[in-house]
Design a protein around this ligand. Structure first.
Ligand code: GLN
Length: 469
């Protein structure tokens, strides 16, 4: 879809200014109804610039004229970027994240910022910060979009103009909402994409990835943003392969993770993913059942311990002095600092900051943080052993379809975290994964997830494409 549009735009067959104005109008209408966008970039101004390039014959770039929406935790110059938290309200970055610069270099138009759980703290996008509305599921407004990249997934589903979304995952925030909103979401290997300009949740886990209606479009954007970046020492010094692959599974060994189809997984979800696997077998894949006992048992505990610990150190910088929310300078420093944070962080952010601080305190560190880090190492070994037997792993993305807001309200924090059972382990291990729609349950989309070894983005995309063929 995108490639054809880009060619036509470069050839001057599309008036980019008119196109962008129309797209903006549509996005505004969608967002009013479903609450996906938190801030708008000057897209029309940019479209004019690109249209001039067409006139001058200098139009170029693989995203020429394509509208890209950006999860709110990725910095866009001069556009309010807050990770959907009141504590960062009014913060307009003076620079572009590396991924944004790469998109602009390819001729993209930045549309605006999409709403998320505050700093990424959630799996349903119901933990948006104070003053930020919760996004509504494109299939049913009584249901959640999934999170934390809820606005990105919802807008991707609803927009009828060519559009790709930049999203981010710490423990499943791309795959989860992609699954609940019926779109494609790709989360790359940790280190494949630069995190420069990303508002951190947990540095050892955060990954920027993409969402689109179509696998090819999501893959194209991922290819563009991948690669070593001098601004991010954790970005990998590896060549970026073309992610434009044909779908094929012939001769591939597909690992079926037994625990991911066990009790607790909705029957329709299980059935639908199993049917998809059967279809892949018909196309020449070999299925191998295997087990990931350690990851499935301890993944959640290890993930939440590490993620909250890192978050609690990251968010210490929001103290009312440097950026975002502030208050009258009265009282002692501690009083001032506490007041700003009390007034501006949401409930879930506070819970995580307290738990994370606790887990890394002297006296508790070895029991919690260090232990969780050890479990993570063991999980990496478990995955490495699995990938000696199979090429990729297939599981449902989420154990359920999008829940209603009422259902979510009844969950305890622990039950809430448990919904991430299938996504946290690949994220902890830094493995690339893709979620694609594979069926429906009562009119709601079901997601299938393909996980591959480190830096095997090409392979997971290849398998995912074979499903759609
Ligand atoms: N649901 C997970 C969490 O709350 C993952 C969120 C994310 O990837 N940002 O931490």
């Amino acid at each position: 879809m995108i490639t054809k549009f880009v060619k036509e735009a470069q050839a001057g067959k599309i008036n980019l200014v008119e196109h962008t104005e129309k797209a903006l109008e549509e996005a505004e209408k969608i967002s009013k109804e479903y609450r996906y966008v938190t801030a708008w970039a000057d897209a029309v101004e940019r479209a004019k610039e690109l249209q001039e390039q067409v006139t001058k014959g200098t139009a170029h770039g693989r995203l020429f004229g394509v509208l890209i929406s950006v999860k709110d935790n990725i910095c866009v110059k001069d556009v309010e970027s807050t990770a959907s938290s009141a504590i960062l309200k009014t913060y307009k970055p003076v620079f572009n994240a590396t991924v944004i610069q790469k998109c602009l270099n390819e001729g993209a138009i930045i549309l605006g910022k999409t709403v998320q759980d505050e700093f990424g703290f959630g799996g349903f996008a119901v933990n948006t910060g104070k003053g930020y509305e919760k996004p509504l599921n494109p299939f049913d407004k009584k249901r959640a979009t999934g999170g934390s990249s809820g606005g990105a997934a919802g807008l991707t589903k609803k927009a009828t103009f060519p559009h790709i979304a930049l999203a981010e995952s710490t423990g499943g925030s791309i795959a989860d909402p992609a699954s609940f909103c019926g779109v494609v979401g790709i989360c790359p290997t940790y280190g494949r994409v630069s995190r420069y300009g990303l508002i951190d949740y947990a540095n050892s886990l955060d990954k920027i990835g993409t969402m689109a209606l179509d696998i090819d479009d999501a893959a194209l954007l991922l290819e563009i943003i991948s690669g070593k970046d001098a601004h991010d020492s954790t970005s990998a010094e590896l060549p970026v392969p073309s992610l434009d692959t044909a779908g094929a599974v012939n001769g591939l060994k597909i690992g079926i993770v037994k625990e991911a189809f066990a009790e607790g997984v909705d029957n329709n979800v299980r059935k639908s993913v199993m049917e998809a696997i059967y279809k892949l077998e018909q196309k020449g894949a070999r299925r191998i059942e295997l087990s990931l006992p350690l990851s499935m048992k301890y993944g959640l505990a290890a993930y939440y311990t590490l993620a909250m610990t890192e978050a609690s150190t990251n968010l210490a910088r929001y103290c009312g002095l440097r950026y975002g929310a502030t208050d009258q300078l009265t009282g002692t420093y501690n009083e001032f600092f506490s007041r700003v944070r009390t007034n501006n962080f949401g409930e879930e952010a506070k819970r995580r900051l307290l738990l994370g601080t606790f887990a890394r305190m002297a006296g508790y560190r070895d029991a919690f943080y260090t232990k969780a880090a050890q479990v993570r190492t063991k999980m990496l070994q478990e995955y490495a052993a699995a990938f000696k037997q199979v090429d990729v792993l297939i599981t449902p993305t989420m154990p359920i379809v999008a829940p209603t807001f009422d259902e979510i309200k009844k969950l305890t924090p622990l039950q809430n975290y448990a919904m991430d059972i299938l996504t946290v382990s690949p994220n902890l291990a830094g493995l690339p994964h893709i979620s694609i729609p594979c069926g429906e349950s009562n009119g709601l989309p079901i997601g299938l997830m393909v996980t591959g070894p480190h830096f095997a983005e090409q392979k997971i995309i290849q398998v995912a494409k074979a499903h759609g063929k």
